[in-house]
Design a protein around this ligand. Structure first.
Ligand SMILES: Cc1ncc(COP(=O)(O)O)c(C=O)c1O
Length: 282
């Protein structure tokens, strides 16, 4: 197992520094700690480099703006230094920017670590999932920006509680649905499905979902027609294939949804392979 790497962003714009990964980084009164006001990005390290960094940094900037975090510069270099110092060619790179203490500056850092075994298992063998309500209508988050739909903030306690609930129900993942019966997203991934050879995924902007960087890549690689449109739970229940997309796990087949066996469909398997290949030449 490779040592976790911690790299710290220099608020003065200098070169990032490596630090003991167990060293404390945040003050106890940092708004990221006391109010969950931090933003983050998680990306794949492949071949010793962080992948699709530009897309992740663009999203980090958008998330920071939504939380009124004055994002300092230097993230590109921070990602490069952390991924470069990590001893393995493959890993997870997590960038975090915390709002900082009252009157203080935001704090940025990067952690490079091992890809968890269950993440790789989910990619290779698929995940079982259940649909769970997010408790909102599909349209509300787009018209109520304070609900922070589409923002990657560290206020992910609801996302983690959703996953724990799914696990308690005996499956590995969950798909959030709206109270008016639309498919939204998963706690840590984008949802897509295949029906009659067409890939369908909900529109991130219109429904205020997190715009997935993996989805973007996958749509560019997709050999089949695709539709970015709102879809219902009933449609999902009749889909031929269901996929969960995220940077580190990649393309994960949903092999069972709400007790219905799906297995790994042919388009899912093809996209999984193309995405893994794209990681190496990005
Ligand atoms: C809520 C949510 N949706 C979608 C995604 C997928 O985003 P990406 O493909 O950029 O990893 C994530 C990733 O963490 C997420 O947390």
């Amino acid at each position: 197992m490779a040592e976790t790497v911690l790299a710290l962003l220099d608020p003065a714009g200098g070169e990032p520094t490596l630090a003991d990964p167990t060293a404390p980084v945040l003050r106890a009164d940092d708004f990221g700690v006391v109010r969950g006001e931090s933003v983050f990005e998680t990306m794949r390290i492949a071949g010793g480099r962080a992948r699709f960094v530009d897309a992740h940094l663009a999203r980090l900037a958008r998330s920071a703006q939504r939380l009124a975090i004055d994002l300092p510069p230097g993230w590109d270099r921070l990602a490069e230094v952390a991924a470069g110092a990590y001893a393995q060619p493959d890993g997870v790179l997590r960038l975090t920017c915390s709002k900082g203490p009252p009157g203080g500056a935001p704090v940025g850092f990067a952690l490079a670590s091992e890809i968890p075994a269950e993440t790789i298992r989910g990619r290779e063998q698929g995940v079982r999932a259940i649909t769970l309500t997010l408790g909102v209508t599909a349209g509300v988050r787009a018209t109520a920006p304070w609900l922070l739909g589409g923002v990657k903030a560290t206020s992910y306690a609801i996302n983690m509680a959703t996953l724990r609930h799914a696990q308690a129900e005996g499956v590995e993942d969950a798909i959030w649905v709206s109270t008016d019966g639309e498919v939204l997203e998963a706690p840590t991934s984008t949802v897509a499905w295949v029906k009659d050879g067409r890939l369908v995924t909900p529109p991130a902007g219109e429904v205020a979902l997190l715009p997935g960087t993996t989805l973007d890549v996958v749509l560019g690689l997709c050999p089949a027609p695709y539709e970015v449109r709102r879809g219902t739970v009933a449609e999902l229940a009749e889909a031929d294939e269901v996929l969960l997309l995220s940077s580190v796990r990649g393309v994960a087949p949903v092999t069972e949804l709400d007790g219905r066996q799906l297995g790994t469909g042919p388009l899912t398997a093809q996209l999984r392979e193309s995405f893994e290949a794209a990681l190496s030449y990005s």
